[in-house]
Design a protein around this ligand. Sequence first.
Ligand code: MN
Length: 229
Amino acid sequence: MTDYVFPPPPRSAVPVTDGAGLFPVRRVFCVGRNYAAHAREMGGNPEREPPFFFTKPADALVIAGADTPYPPATANLHHEIELVVALGAGGAGIAPERALDLVFGYAVGLDLTRRDLQDEAKAARRPWDMAKGFDASAPIGDIAPAARIGHPRAGRIALRVNGAARQEGDLADQIWPVPEIIAHLSRLVRLAAGDLIFTGTLEGVGPLRRGDALHGEIAGVGALRTRIV
Ligand code: MN
């Protein structure tokens, strides 16, 4: 007997720019504290911490400009605008010099965070899962193939909420650039095609309310739009 006992859940898939198809998602990894000024605003020391990782479920993605429901169990939902790396190949123990060979493309993403639950988890030394991996916690824009845009190492990354600037910086300020992130992560887990990596946010994180219109953009990569409902 090999049939499923009920139909398997649908697979998350992110559109590739210019109608080039759908990117099937396997896992969603996220990097914590990858810009010095944001690490400081969160109370960390950017000089001494190697990259650390957490995850979100693949079905937490909010795709193609869909609305994002305000989640339950929080009164302090925060935005974190991030560059997302989409892997088209995988492996373990990847050297930084080889890491970009794994990259299919890049997108703009939001690592939505129930900051009140995260603060409680930090204080109690508990896991971050319910602060980070809740339903609809990962809006993402379309994926731009590296074959078309190359591998951005610098460029403006910005988030506006209802037209007002909230976060603005430059990818060049990442503590750990993409090749180093892939190398570090591949020493912890075997990566595979379909994996997404949210590469950390910059300073200026803050609260969202129902009705907010979000517009994120990264120069040379693309944009993301969603509305909190
Ligand atoms: Mn983040």
